[in-house]
Design a protein around this ligand. Structure first.
Ligand code: ATP
Ligand code: PRP
Ligand code: MG
Length: 282
């Protein structure tokens, strides 16, 4: 059985379970369930605190896990990122009250409050800055108001939380994060169960990012049309009963589908349809 760690709480939990469900795995119905066996797929899921996942996977007790890149790097665990999952995107940044400091080089003698003290301690050391780090569990924005620190380092998605606390982002992002699949370093590259799991997750990403596009077009315009819809490999072009016309079928990125449909229409394509992709293996 493949043993997989899944976040049991927080921002990563629901999207991770939704993605696993789309990939055909059983997921828990009760949030208090901590272990779930999916016998049909020969997988055992362990629902763990997102922060602990890199520790379990790095120790080799679990084969793979889903966590945030920021949590993986903060843990210092010997686990490695093997796939990006495209959700829980954020940056990790310093912020402070206007006028306190411009960037990390000016933090000498100050205190930085954060829930990611491993990451911040490393970043300060990399920049040769002698500042103190205070570890807090969450809601770190308030640490400045309460005089615990002059600077905070935290996850930023929209920036609303910082703005509401009267703080401004300073310097370059410490890192860009998203949900990732991790495995222990030294685990074999070619484990067929892990490969199958990654293929399924990749299938979900493709199904989410692409739509299938079908259209009819006159033969003389087909080269220009397929240049707009090259597909992942190559589009399927089939003859139509109506002479001089062909039908084209190709995968296109969903974000660009409307623009491509407009351009195809202008080229003379008709009966342009898009349909969602439910699942796929590339
Ligand atoms: N607002 C957000 N947008 C995107 N990702 C986020 C956001 N907040 C946290 N994350 C990501 O979620 C992970 C942190 O998960 P964790 O469950 O520990 O914290 P949380 O989602 O803030 O939940 P909690 O309520 O327990 O603090 C990190 O990878 C982080 O980058
Ligand atoms: O840039 P934004 O869109 O505002 O999102 C970022 C905020 O979201 C998370 O907080 P969360 O609500 O999880 O609270 P926490 O600080 O207690 O973890 C994170 O810690 C930031 O505070
Ligand atoms: Mg949080």
């Amino acid at each position: 059985m493949l043993r997989i760690a899944v976040p049991n709480k927080g921002s990563l939990s629901e999207p991770a379970s939704a993605m696993l469900h789309e990939a055909g795995y059983r997921q828990r119905k009760d949030r208090r369930e901590l272990v779930l066996v999916d016998a049909e797929n020969e997988v055992e899921f362990f629902f763990l605190r997102p922060r602990d996942i890199a520790v379990y996977v790095g120790s080799g007790k679990l084969d793979i896990g889903i966590t945030g890149r920021d949590l993986l790097l903060d843990s210092g665990s010997p686990a490695e990122e093997i796939m990006q999952l495209g959700f829980a995107g954020s940056t990790f940044r310093y912020a402070t009250r206007p006028g306190t400091a411009k960037d990390v080089t000016e933090f000498g003698g100050m205190t930085v409050a954060t829930s990611f003290s491993g990451l911040v301690t490393q970043h300060l050391a990399d920049n040769g800055v002698d500042a103190s780090v205070v570890h807090l569990d969450g809601a770190v924005e308030t640490a400045i108001q309460l005089g615990v620190a002059e600077i905070i380092a935290d996850v930023v998605e929209t920036g609303t939380t910082l703005r509401n606390a009267g703080l401004e982002i300073i310097g370059e992002p410490i890192l860009k994060s998203e949900a990732v699949v991790i495995r222990g370093t030294g685990a074999p590259d070619d484990d067929p169960k892990v490969r199958q799991f990654l293929r399924r997750m990749q299938g979900v990403l493709v199904a989410r990012r692409y739509v299938m596009m079908d259209y009819d077009i006159r033969v003389e315009h087909v080269e220009k049309a397929v240049a707009l819809t090259p597909g992942l490999e190559s589009p399927t072009v089939s003859p139509l009963h109506h002479e001089g016309w062909v039908a084209v079928r190709s995968m296109v990125p969903s974000k660009e589908a409307q623009r491509i449909m407009d351009e195809l229409y202008d080229l003379g394509a008709r009966a342009i349809l898009t349909t969602g992709i439910h699942a796929c293996r590339l």
